[in-house]
Design a protein around this ligand. Structure first.
Ligand code: AHR
Length: 471
């Protein structure tokens, strides 16, 4: 049987740059949900657990994944969370109902553990504050607890809990998905925008160096997508630095090509959020430009969701433990291509989530930790993408999908002037044909690079190639 091929052509030049590869583009997300924290990163008594109860086998995989930052503690969980429950001696920590996921939360793992875990994992902690059931004061208190050096009640409390130096958390999320009707404390856009502005301003009074992310819509499919963003930003544009966007992709009921084409929906959603934010900025005559924080993105088989039993409040029940296949790995590669392509306006992104819950890393209780298929593209691309993203416009055929005309070949490239690495990431969305891709390199200072290369990518697969390294 002859293998079908189609031709694609790409020209790369260091003169056409999109933006810097911000390490935070390879962030992830750890929520108190299912077995992400309890039984995921934290399992006291596990043979691989360290003195803190952190699973060292999971820590090892997190380092190998190459994630740079972690968003915590939610997610929908944060909208009912009292941060004070999760600090100080464990024997004094209260057990609470988690209304978001209909579970029981012991609070044995909280902000102090997260900070120590992040240090061991070598990742940046990023914290969300509860704007569902709480407000300005509690958020300000958490910034004081984390970032104030000492000499006040809350900073001294942190020191009493063993952290002499401030945690110095730079990035803060002002709530989570506040447009979602199911969100605890959900409120109308203008109300939320005013609360976000007041909270953000007060948090900055404690620490002026922090960056703030305001909630965009729960999904581009939301009926109020863009309207919500516009109304929220009119209230808080001057205060915030980033606006969030969530993007989950479900293969259920789609052909492989139609599923992979949904990455293009993320392209369109980013453009829409940028346009909406810029419109508000222009109307306010503001020279400031906001960044987009894609702080939840991944493959999620939403159709597999089972509603919790209303009579039970289990501790760390297995939730959203999706098992991924090779096609899902290709999807993750394509979503990373999309994020990199928008490096001029997408400042940070969080693979949602990190362990067990729709995650690249899975664990067995008391047993092993292992990598899912989606681990590989994330790890490979996070390790290779350095320097600046180059503009890539593949000359290739398109096909019709829900989101419109989508190129058969999805591509991005990065160029690291220092090392000379020119990294090309290619995703072939064709179900039947290999992509025969001719890559022309023009005008690189390392003259040896210039010339042409031919690369083949199998149907429904992805590849990462460093063209700076000559064979
Ligand atoms: O990642 C799982 C959930 O998806 C998060 O808690 C919420 O923000 C989103 O709807």
């Amino acid at each position: 049987m002859s293998i079908e091929t189609y031709d694609a052509a790409i020209t790369l030049s260091p003169d056409f740059r999109v933006g810097r590869v911000d390490p935070r583009l390879f962030g992830s997300f750890l929520e108190h949900m299912g077995r992400a924290v309890h039984g995921g990163v934290f399992e006291p008594g596990h043979p691989e657990a360290d003195d803190e109860g952190f699973r060292t086998d999971v820590l090892d995989l997190v380092r190998r994944l190459g994630t740079t930052a972690v968003r915590y503690p939610g997610g929908s969980f944060v909208s009912g969370y009292r941060w004070e429950d999760g600090v100080g001696p464990r024997e004094h920590r209260p057990t609470r109902l988690d209304l978001a996921w209909h579970a029981t939360e012991t609070n044995a793992f909280g902000t102090d553990e997260l900070m120590r875990w992040c240090r061991r994992a070598d990742v940046e902690p990023m914290l969300a504050v509860n704007l569902g059931t709480r407000g300005v004061q509690e958020a300000v208190d958490l910034v004081e607890y984390c970032n104030h050096p000492g000499g006040t009640r809350l900073s001294d409390l942190r020191r009493a809990h063993g952290a002499e130096d401030p945690y110095d958390v730079r990035l803060w999320f002002l709530g989570n998905e506040m447009d979602g009707a199911w969100q605890i404390g959900h409120r109308p856009a203008a109300d939320y925008g005013r609360l976000a502005a007041a909270t953000g301003r007060a948090m900055r009074m404690v620490d002026p160096r922090i960056e703030l992310v305001v909630c965009g819509s729960w999904a581009p499919a939301s009926a109020t997508f863009a309207t919500w963003e516009s109304a929220v930003l009119q209230e808080c544009y001057d205060t915030v630095d980033h606006i969030s966007l969530h993007s989950y992709h479900d293969p259920t009921g789609r052909t492989p090509a139609a599923y992979l084409a949904t990455a293009h929906e993320l392209d369109l959603a980013i453009d829409a959020v940028v346009a909406t934010a810029d419109h508000v900025g222009a109307a306010l005559r503001s020279p400031k430009r906001l960044q987009v924080a894609v702080d939840e993105w991944n493959v999620w088989y939403r159709s597999r969701w089972i509603d919790p039993d209303p009579d039970r409040w289990p501790q760390a029940p297995p939730l959203l433990e999706d098992t991924y296949d090779d096609l899902d790995a290709t999807m993750v590669a394509s979503l990373l291509v999309t994020l990199l392509r928008h490096a001029d306006r997408v400042s940070l992104a969080c693979l949602a989530q990190l362990v067990n819950v729709i995650a690249p890393i899975r664990t067995d209780p008391g047993g092993s930790a292992w990598r899912q298929t989606t681990f590989e593209p994330f790890a490979r691309i996070a390790a290779a993408a350095r320097g600046e993203v180059l503009r890539v416009e593949p000359r290739v055929a398109t096909y019709e999908a829900e989101a419109g005309e989508v190129p058969l070949l999805d591509a991005t490239a990065t160029y690291d002037e220092e090392s000379g690495a020119v990294v090309l990431v290619l995703v072939n969305r064709s179900e039947t044909s290999t992509a025969r891709t001719r890559v022309a390199l023009r005008g690189f200072p390392q003259a040896t690079l210039d010339g042409a290369r031919e690369l083949e990518v199998a149907p429904l697969s992805w590849t990462v190639v460093d063209l700076g390294q000559r064979a």
